[in-house]
Design a protein around this ligand. Sequence first.
Ligand code: NAP
Ligand code: MG
Length: 399
Amino acid sequence: MAARIAMKNPIAEIDGDEMTRVLWALVKEKLILPYVDLKTEYYDVGLTNRDATGDAVTTESAHAISRLGVGVKCATITANNARKTEYNLKTLYPSPNATIRTILDGTVFRKPIVVSCITPSISTWKKPIVIARHAYGDLYKSAEMPIPGPGKVELVYTAADGSEKRTLVADIKGSGVVLGMHNLDESIKSFARSCFLYAINEKLPIWFSAKDTILKIYDGRFKELFDQIYETEFKDKCAAAGISYFYTLIDDAVARVVKGEGGFLWACKNYDGDVMSDMVASASGSLAMMTSVLVSPKGPVEYEAAHGTVQQHYYRWQKGEKTSTNPVALIFAWTGALAKRAELDNTPDLGNFAKKLEHAAMAAIEAGEMTADLARLAVPAPAKALDSWEYIDAVASRL
Ligand code: NAP
Ligand code: MG
């Protein structure tokens, strides 16, 4: 066998739970270790080890991504009361993804993996649409109040020196409801920086949408800060990467998205991103074909699958069944991380390997070798669906 590809620097490897943990080891064993002399710093963020370390391992793994610049993460259980009983946990730990995102101050980008035998519901889409969702504030950190009867509703800002500023929301005649929400300049700027870094890395044009015709101050601030970060920090870099940036109203963006052919990054405010990422995911095909990348505005990047731990498949696997769980998004998490490592370390062999592995994973599907979730959608339909082990062998045989 040929010599394995060397790595200069390690990546942070973050292991997880249930069926994705099973597939994680399998993908490494069959598709990566035979070809790459893999260097990782391993963190076991599986629920059992989170409990054993009082969740310290999650924080350590996030710092490792910061330090090493690249991380790859398996799906992890977000603990709830049912999991507390199932795993006999000392306490309910916060979502590892939220902990890591907070430490990296990062933005999540979701990108569908496009294969020729699965047609998106929107027939004009030829290339993936990547959604970036600003994950701070707006509706998700708001205060609301029922208004029982007539009265004045005002916004009041009390400065540190005690001085006040007020503005009338509404002079309510009957009964109704009221909402107050906020965002922070620093968070919006971090979001913009992460979006430009991702778009330059992926060579994708970037669209940012909001509703500044109506919310002249609120959405106006988003637009102003996005424009400012572009002009002062990224204009030359975007030009060098050959990508454009443009701002448009959210309703215009939606109209263009359903008529366009894809192939761009769509930067969305929090609520728009929540809704539009589900729309793009569902119109693109399968959740198991969606990757997720966390980009810190300071540069570090973490790659993972967008789906969860596929709990029900895991229980069936524990009973001895070879499940037909789709490992494609997990494979792409690894290839994304290896390609990023290759770019940072200037090791083209590793980058080429990542590309070849992605091609092999897609070529197998396009030749009719795929798991059950895809077999249901593919045209032409394959004669049979493969289990995860058979599919991974089909990929390995093409490498
Ligand atoms: P899920 O694991 O994404 O699975 C939901 C359903 O989607 C599955 O039952 C399966 O449908 C289908 N599916 C997802 N991934 C698939 C794959 N790779 N291959 C084939 N089918 C796939 O979501 P969940 O059941 O809501 O959550 C399970 C656990 O994952 C929870 O503990 C949750 O906290 C965690 N979670 C973690 C992350 C993360 O770490 N990024 C994200 C989301 C959820 P069928 O049953 O119809 O086959
Ligand atoms: Mg949603």
